[in-house]
Design a protein around this ligand. Structure first.
Ligand code: PEP
Ligand code: MG
Length: 757
């Protein structure tokens, strides 16, 4: 337990260091104390020189820092790093690999324990403890150092990537920095950062320069005064319920707000030019940390009080500030975990790019971004986003890379690609009214996925032939309560009318997973395996029935509706849902509406449904594959987790085989099958899907012209031949390259990405 506490407190302390050197200094000092050794040192790999550099020590000579270094295969350091495992020696000096550097003064120490510092499979350096006494470190000590190193690896990687930890000082803001993430939406964006954070969360508050210090101080003081009044009135209200000691707590709270305490510390930072929110968060978090590291339990508890107080002040600061959030004409929205409703807050014509620290390319924010065609990078985990307000950045959405404070050269390079992209899109506009037909006369229906009203206009502009997936949860996400039946009817009617006589496929509410409604929170350890999609709506028939009734009523006189059920895993879910839909239909007929029962379909998005596709198809009018979820469930890779984003691959042979199986099952019983996952909008994948026999490909309006341009150039025959070839391959990357090669040979690879990125 004691070990665990020191681990936790060391990591916490290291996390709060201002820069890499600060972090390393804390590591060597605290590890030496915790393990009671004579020496603790860190060597880090310098990728430029390919040497392990002596970076920090407690116990050896400070003069040696950054002066001593070893090649990759030199010394015990090189041995630990190349073997990627701990080395524990009683008598290090007599080891054949021991190398002596007089500068370090190492000769006095006999025992040696070195462990590699590894982050995402890469060795970053080596963490070492040494002792005079000749002894082997015991198992517990070795395990402690390994655990420590594993935890610190992430912090060190982050510090190396950002040039600092959480601090991006004035100088750092001027320097060009590169941050890697994953592709959310392709394209280039150049603009100024606006950081958006969830309300009242101290750890994600943007820390940026303030324009007018005097005003900011005035503003901060007025918020402190408001909190003071709140606490006083709360204290009075509760006075009769509290004992003296508890009442005294309110006085402590009030005193903490004083000039001599937290209030004063925040003001000092504001006077240095930091905005009030950022200053408050820095002061409160550092106090919270100090308290939570105390050994005394009572004092540790006080951390919660300080945090509570901080949140109260923050709420006032945010309340007055949020309405004033300024959106420049080229806003790049940045946040820890952006949500659909946050996107909704930025005026559409000002939003040019999105960067999310969390999430991955199949998170729903990324899907929305693609629908809106806004270049997006997801999972930029090293981004010091809190310090990036107002910074100029370039988003390279083709490679999932962000450049902050880009150099003039970098800007020029990306401006060129940006203009090229624009020309390409304009060129594709000419295809809008042309049919989607291969040179050997095979017709493929290209439909769109929608959610926002904006999608409707863009879809019509781009020549969509129907809607393969209307994500009904999006209007639900943008509200503060469930929309009523009539409110829903109006939304659905709008969609149906806009596309009539083209078909609109409406999916019943699919919440859970990463789509949680603010007013209907679902807290689960494994949300993607939990209560989501049809499971939620079958448990709440009142929500389901209202939605289906609204859809049916909306379709009166238009007759272009199809209804589709998400996340179906077994026949009894399907039977129950069909029963409810029939019931809703009977009810509204009894109410006097004259509506035909629309075609009903099921999304195939869990592996179980792939194996039951034939039975399911027999019970309904159509199938539609949700390849986003199907990929996640087949490969057991969370679609929303940036750490495993590299493993999420819809070209995985298992996914391709599952897709073919679904097409065959549907066609065997004479039912049409479509695909509405993101894969359908990938021009290369679209060729394979067409060859597999999908009747409809449904994608974001953004990708439709690109897919059409590829299909119009390549024959069905050729696509079938390529499909037969890739079905023999056993690796997703090889399959991807094979398709890219084909597009290159046909001279159409530009629709994938510009040659220069
Ligand atoms: C899918 O899972 O492929 C799909 C289309 O649905 P969503 O992305 O909304 O989960
Ligand atoms: Mg899905």
């Amino acid at each position: 337990m004691k070990m665990l506490n020191s681990l936790r407190s060391i990591v916490q302390e290291v996390n709060s260091a201002k820069d890499l050197n600060g972090a390393l200094g804390i590591i060597v000092k605290r590890v030496r104390e915790a393990m009671n050794t004579d020496v603790c040192s860190v060597y880090l790999l310098d990728p430029l020189t390919e040497r392990y550099v002596f970076m920090a020590t407690e116990g050896l000579k400070q003069d040696a820092i950054k002066k001593v270094s070893l090649s990759l295969s030199e010394g015990l350091v090189g041995l630990v790093a190349s073997r990627e495992e701990p080395i524990n020696l009683e008598d290090a000096q007599n080891h054949p690999r021991f190398v002596y550097f007089p500068l370090t003064g190492e000769e006095r120490f006999n025992s040696f324990l070195g462990v590699p510092i590894i982050h995402q499979r890469k060795v970053l350096g080596v963490l070492i403890v040494q002792q005079k006494e000749q002894r082997k470190f015991d198992e517990g000590e070795e395990a402690f150092l390994v655990t420590m190193s594993a935890q610190l690896a992430g912090v060190i990687a982050h510090a190396e990537a950002t040039g600092g930890l959480d601090s991006m000082d004035v100088e750092a803001r001027k320097r060009e920095m590169v941050f890697k993430g994953v592709v959310g939406c392709q394209g280039i964006a150049i603009g100024d950062v606006v950081v958006m954070s969830p309300k009242a969360d101290l750890s994600v508050v943007p820390n940026q320069p303030c324009d007018d210090i005097v005003e900011e101080l005035k503003f901060f003081r007025s918020c402190i005064q408001a909190v003071r009044e709140d606490i006083e009135s709360l204290g009075k209200k509760l006075a009769s319920h509290l004992n003296q000691e508890e009442r005294a707590l309110f006085d402590v709270y009030l005193r903490m707000l004083d000039d001599g305490a937290i209030g004063g510390e925040v003001e000092t930072l504001i006077k240095k030019g930091v905005n009030a929110q950022g200053a408050l968060s820095e002061v409160i978090l550092s106090h919270v940390e100090t308290f939570s590291m105390m050994d005394d339990e009572y004092l540790r508890e006080r951390a919660a009080d300080v945090k509570d107080l901080g949140l109260r002040v923050l709420a006032y600061l945010q309340e007055s500030e949020c309405s004033e959030l300024d959106y420049p004409d080229n806003t790049i929205l940045v946040g820890e975990e952006l949500t659909a409703s946050m996107l909704g807050e930025v005026p559409k014509d000002k939003l040019v790019g999105i960067i999310s620290v969390q999430g991955s390319s199949n998170s729903h924010v990324a899907i929305l971004a693609r629908a809106m065609d806004i270049p997006t990078v997801m999972g930029a985990v090293d981004l010091p986003y809190k310090q990036m307000g107002k910074l100029n950045v370039v988003i390279d959405g083709y490679n999932g890379v962000v450049y902050s404070a880009p150099s003039a050269e970098r800007l020029k390079h990306y401006q060129r690609i940006y203009h090229e992209d624009k020309q390409l899109i304009e060129g594709l506009d000419a295809l809008t009214d042309k049919p989607c037909v291969t040179p050997d006369n095979h017709n493929v229906a290209l439909w769109v996925n929608t959610g926002l009203m904006a999608d409707v206009f863009r879809s019509l502009d781009r020549g969509a032939e129907g809607v393969g997936l209307f994500r009904t949860e999006i209007p639900f996400l943008l509200r503060e309560r469930f929309p009523s039946e009539e409110e829903q009817r109006i939304i659905y009617r709008e969609q149906l009318e806009a596309f009539a006589p083209m078909v609109v496929t409406m999916r019943t509410l699919d919440v859970g997973g990463d789509k949680s409604l603010p007013y209907f929170p679902i807290e689960e350890d494994n949300p993607f395996l939990g209560w989501r999609g049809i499971r939620v709506t079958l448990d709440h028939p009142e929500i389901f029935l209202v939605q289906v009734r609204a859809m049916l009523k909306a379709s009166e006189g238009l007759d272009n509706l199809r209804i589709m059920l998400p996340m179906v895993c077994n026949m009894s879910e399907l039977e129950s849902a069909l029963y409810l839909i029939h019931r809703a239909h009977t009810e509204i007929e009894e109410e006097g509406f004259n509506v035909n029962l629309p075609p009903l379909g099921v999304m195939i998005e869990v592996p179980a449904a792939v194996y039951q596709a034939k039975s399911i198809a027999q019970r309904v009018d159509f199938l539609s594959v949700g390849s986003n979820d199907l990929t996640q469930y087949l490969l057991a890779v969370d679609r929303n987790n940036s750490r495993v984003a590299d493993l999420y691959h819809s070209f995985h042979p298992a996914v391709l085989q599952a897709l073919q199986k679904v097409v065959d099952a549907a066609h065997e019983v004479g039912k049409p099958v479509s695909i509405c996952g993101e894969l359908a909008g990938d021009p290369g994948a679209a060729l394979l899907l067409m060859a597999m026999g999908f009747d409809i490909l449904s994608m974001s309006a953004t990708n439709l012209p690109k897919v059409k341009s590829v299909i119009r150039k390549i024959t069905l025959d050729k696509s079938k031949q390529v499909l037969a070839e890739v079905m023999q391959m056993d690796d997703a990357h090889v399959i991807m390259s094979h398709i890219e090669l084909l597009l290159e040979q046909e001279g159409i690879s530009r629709v994938f990405r510009p040659a220069a990125v």
